[in-house]
Ligand binder design. Structure first.
Ligand code: SF4
Ligand code: SF4
Length: 113
């Protein structure tokens, strides 16, 4: 006998959609409060293209994506080479204060250690 939800003989997969406007990780929520301009980021990658530390693996766009997803494991090693030079902040078309984001992120991760 079929029950509600399996009348087609299969169950649909639970949605994997990540709603980037709804921060899930507590650390990310704190960052959005400290640097409200982070909410304006639309992941264009302009900051990453100009980053002084890109050859060492720093990539603000990827860091932001990982933060949105709550995947904190790789964030520390990605931001480690950042020199806080602020070049990324100058080129951002949405005026995201990327330098402050990385600075506050470094502080928060240091406090967690
Ligand atoms: S340049 Fe600005 S809007 Fe584009 S990914 Fe970087 S922070 Fe986000
Ligand atoms: S502040 Fe950090 S992320 Fe931004 S350009 Fe400089 S080294 Fe790259």
């Amino acid at each position: 006998m079929s029950t509600k939800g399996d009348k087609w003989g299969f169950q649909p997969e639970k949605s994997n959609v990540i709603v980037l406007d709804r921060p899930v990780a507590p650390l990310y929520r704190q960052l959005r409060l400290k640097v409200p301009s982070l909410a304006s980021c639309f992941f264009c990658g302009g900051c990453s293209a100009t980053c002084t530390a890109s050859e060492e693996g720093m990539n603000f766009r990827v860091v932001h994506l990982l933060l949105c997803r709550g995947e904190m494991e790789k964030v520390g090693s990605l931001i480690a080479p950042c020199l806080l030079c602020g070049k990324c902040t100058l080129v951002c078309p949405r005026n995201v204060d990327t330098r402050s984001v990385v600075f506050n992120l470094k502080l928060a991760l240091h406090e967690l250690q």
